[in-house]
Design a protein around this ligand. Structure first.
Ligand code: FES
Length: 109
């Protein structure tokens, strides 16, 4: 796990498809990058049943929880897809504001 003394990490450490757990103060998050290159940071615990999203996978532009398959887009919208292709909207999760420049990703206050 990456503990950030300052709210920043190297962009090279978060390539497309990567999920990186970080700690800010007492709170744990994951920073992940969609295949399109979009970045997202959200709480490390899945809002469904608290699965550790550090174990999640990036599929296209969504983070997919290994617990029960909820997925999250970079804007924090949550979905559940069933085997027949139906998509049910779930809660939204809070996302952290990020700024990427000069090879660094910073978490904005
Ligand atoms: S714990 Fe993440 S989908 Fe159920």
């Amino acid at each position: 796990m990456t503990v950030l003394p300052e709210p920043r990490l190297r962009a090279a450490d978060v390539p497309p498809g990567a999920v990186v757990p970080i700690t800010l103060g007492d709170d744990e998050y994951v920073v992940w990058r969609a295949q399109s290159g979009r970045l997202c940071a959200m709480a490390r615990q899945c809002p469904h049943l608290d699965w550790d999203l550090a174990e999640a996978s990036v599929v296209d532009d969504e983070l997919v929880c290994p617990g029960h398959g909820w997925s999250f887009d970079p804007d924090g919208h949550a979905f559940k897809r069933n085997l027949l292709g139906r998509v049910d909207s779930k809660d939204e999760v809070e996302t952290l504001a990020l700024d990427e420049r000069d090879g660094e990703i910073r978490v904005l206050p």
